[in-house]
Write a protein that binds this ligand. Structure first.
Ligand code: NAD
Length: 486
């Protein structure tokens, strides 16, 4: 059984800025008991109130803003993240997501009117968003605050309760969040369950109303199979190999600087990191030398995030064995800090593990292609990626890549920033994911848009029922041709 936080004794009105404290003498609840407690809160109806949702979103913003140093300390302890990057990529993104939801909530909760066909007139049709109930959020370790709390924004904005499961590979961050959540969010509506695979397995066994999982494609299949037993809908935010296409007409200096930054960020342990580069032959050697220079500078001058653990260092070293290409920066690993310096690999064998597995580390394969068509064919022949990047100054090339490749998201002439636009949906496609969240997409993911038709009882015509007199049949056939109206 994992540790469950959130079963705190309220020391004041829930979620009104008054701190909750976890009672030390309370025996930890089982996961099933925790979900039961959350469901009772949901059934009480209080999470449906818009003011409750606003309080939770404000609580989430306070959690991030008031505990900035604690959260950054935890991420430094777990992952050796540079402090500014921890703030930028984990805290700012989470806060912006919550602020965006707070600003747009009144519009999102409004019903949507739909036209009614003549046959169903008189009548009024609309959909109204309803929370689904209890949502489980399972997070990975690489952006441990953002990937746990940004999905929670949509969950709470939609009026649901949540069980949060941080990654066991970031114990300090997991513990810190478990401590902070009951102080800033309604402890009867949001619980944190800490633990590893055994806990996640137990959690997935308990029926809930939606599961959002962020992690590897391999574990995504385990999650979907477990959810299928209870017919629980899933949103799967998975991984994959995200390509970067560099066209001959690209601004090469900017492309090289941005690709190097995106690969170096979090030591390449970013789901939407550029996994590999496909560069057009006429500019391949210039681009490669520019990207090598940029990464060499970052190696020398910038603070690097550690690789999460020794197993992953070994995995990455393994990817460097047998790739069949040329390494353009020397291998350098500091075992004590687990910092692995970036390595560019020119022309690796496309069938090598380096080009078959998601790299998730600071290794950058660069492959030459004869044309944009060849780059598109290379992408089309592989599993659909989570992200795709293209550097070009040509609208025609941009259009061709957008139209002919399928990817979770695209950023043209930059990388990773698409995830920082709270209004844009974020998610994968095929093996890189199912469903999406962020902004309105997150609200919709955790809502049931319930269709309603209301018809008056006045003027009920007997002729509209069997045995349908001939004249009624004629009239009904005629009005069935009229267009639908509101
Ligand atoms: P992971 O799949 O190993 O673990 C994710 C979560 O699943 C953790 O909380 C872990 O406890 C749990 N888990 C692990 N094995 C399990 C099992 N057998 N049964 C049930 N639960 C299990 O992923 P990770 O190593 O933490 O993260 C790296 C992966 O996540 C990469 O593939 C990366 O691309 C992907 N990722 C995707 C996104 C996205 O938004 N699409 C974001 C970050 C990371």
């Amino acid at each position: 059984m994992g540790t469950v936080a959130g079963n705190a004794e309220p020391h004041g009105p829930v979620g009104q800025g008054i701190a909750m404290t976890t009672t030390a003498d309370t025996a930890p609840a089982s996961i099933a008991e925790t979900v039961d407690r959350l469901r009772a809160t949901f059934d009480s109806g209080r999470t449906r109130e818009i003011e409750w949702r606003r309080r939770q979103l404000r609580g989430l913003i306070d959690l991030v803003e008031q505990n900035e140093q604690r959260l950054i300390d935890a991420m430094v302890a777990d992952l050796g993240k540079p402090r500014f990057e921890a703030w930028l990529t984990d805290l700012l993104t989470t806060r912006d997501e919550a602020k965006f939801a707070l600003d747009h909530l009144s519009r999102w909760v409004a019903p949507t009117r739909y036209p009614v066909p003549m046959m169903a007139k008189p009548g009024k049709a609309w959909t109204e968003p309803q929370p689904v109930g209890v949502v489980t959020v399972i997070a990975p370790w690489n952006y441990p605050v953002q990937l746990l709390l940004a999905p929670l924004v949509g969950v709470l904005a939609a009026g649901n309760c949540a069980v949060l499961k941080p990654s066991e590979l970031v114990p300090e961050t997991s513990r810190t969040i478990a401590e902070l959540v009951p102080h800033h969010l309604d402890p009867e509506a949001v619980a944190v369950v800490e633990g590893g695979v055994d806990v996640t397995t137990e959690l997935l066994d308990v029926p809930v109303d939606h599961v959002l999982f962020t992690g590897s494609t391999r574990v995504g299949k385990v999650v979907m199979a477990a959810a299928a037993k209870n017919l629980t809908p899933v949103t799967l935010e998975l991984g994959g190999k995200s390509p970067t296409i560099v066209a001959a007409d690209a601004n090469l200096e900017v492309a090289a600087r941005r690709v190097a930054w995106a690969k170096f960020l979090n030591a390449g342990q970013t789901c939407i990191a550029p996994d590999y580069v496909l560069v057009e032959r006429s500019v391949a050697s210039r681009f490669t030398s520019l990207v090598v220079d940029e990464l060499a500078t970052l190696r020398d001058e910038a603070e690097a995030t550690s690789i999460v653990n020794a197993d992953h260092v070994r995995r990455l070293e393994g990817l460097l064995d047998g790739h069949g290409g040329e390494e353009l920066l020397p291998r350098k690993v500091d075992p004590s800090s687990r910092v692995l310096a970036p390595v560019v690999v020119r022309e690796p064998d496309p069938s090598s593990p380096l080009m078959q597995e998601e790299i998730f580390g600071p290794l950058l394969p660069v492959l030459t292609v004869d044309s944009i068509d060849d780059a598109i064919a290379f992408v089309q022949a592989r599993p659909r990626p989570l992200a795709l990047y293209v550097f070009t100054e040509s609208a025609e090339t941009e259009r061709a890549v957008l139209q002919r490749t399928i990817a979770g998201s695209v950023c043209v002439n930059h990388l990773i920033y698409q995830v920082a636009v709270p209004s844009l949906p974020f998610g994968g496609v095929g093996p890189s994911g199912i469903g999406c969240y962020h902004g309105k997409a997150g609200f919709d993911t955790f809502s049931h848009h319930k269709p309603v038709l209301r018809r008056p009882t006045k003027g009920d015509l007997k002729a509209a029922y069997p045995p349908y007199p001939q004249v009624a049949q004629k009239v009904m056939r005629r009005i069935a041709r009229w267009p639908s109206r509101r």
